[in-house]
Design a protein around this ligand. Sequence first.
Ligand SMILES: CC(C)(COP(=O)(O)OP(=O)(O)OC[C@H]1O[C@@H](n2cnc3c(N)ncnc32)[C@H](O)[C@@H]1OP(=O)(O)O)[C@@H](O)C(=O)NCCC(=O)NCCS
Length: 196
Amino acid sequence: MENRPMTTPDPYAVRDDEEQQTVDNCRLLLRAAAAADVPAVEALHTRCSPRSLYRRYHAPVHGVPRMLRKHFLAGHSNYFIVTTPAGQTIAMGEFAPASRGYQPQLALMVEDVWQRRGIGTWLTRRILRTAARSELRTVYADVLGENVPALQHFRGFGGVVESWEQGTAQLAIPVPEQDGPPQHPDGPTAEPAAAT
Ligand SMILES: CC(C)(COP(=O)(O)OP(=O)(O)OC[C@H]1O[C@@H](n2cnc3c(N)ncnc32)[C@H](O)[C@@H]1OP(=O)(O)O)[C@@H](O)C(=O)NCCC(=O)NCCS
């Protein structure tokens, strides 16, 4: 009989639509969110500072906004989350495709203690690839005028302010064309997916 090495399940095995990267020695996973993620997303909202929540939602919020919970439970596929190996959700990104006169929008929220580690960049790349698959050329983000980190962040993706409304900038962010065959969804700092 052929002598095959024993294989044990890899706890970090990732699916095709998942990406992983190591940040501060922690292997993080980025994937589309599902209804089962509601409790972890709720916990993320309780750990985020009021300032981060305000910058994300442009209003004081306590817990997960009702609409977001509704979308999660309905299985909308437009939310991406970043999780730790312990299953904590530490960031989320939202891509709202154009609908009924609304332009395609993206929004992000990274837990305070995880900010400035490239996670917002990771989520943005993923959302831009999703937008490219929908053949979009531009996506938009509404950013409060005082929100220097987000303004800087989107400028890094070529975002320009198209208009201002009541202290909020509407940024137009170009969607890079995806050349060639579909690639594995990893950014320059992402690690190759573990073999399954
Ligand atoms: C804006 C936000 C999503 C950025 O996420 P992040 O993971 O911290 O961002 P990254 O580490 O990927 O940084 C990307 C770039 O953003 C800018 N940036 C991020 N934090 C910054 C800060 N505190 N000050 C200035 N620029 C900052 C920088 O240009 C940075 O690039 P650099 O590190 O090469 O200088 C995050 O700060 C956040 O969740 N804020 C609260 C919610 C929010 O503001 N959402 C945006 C409205 S949709």
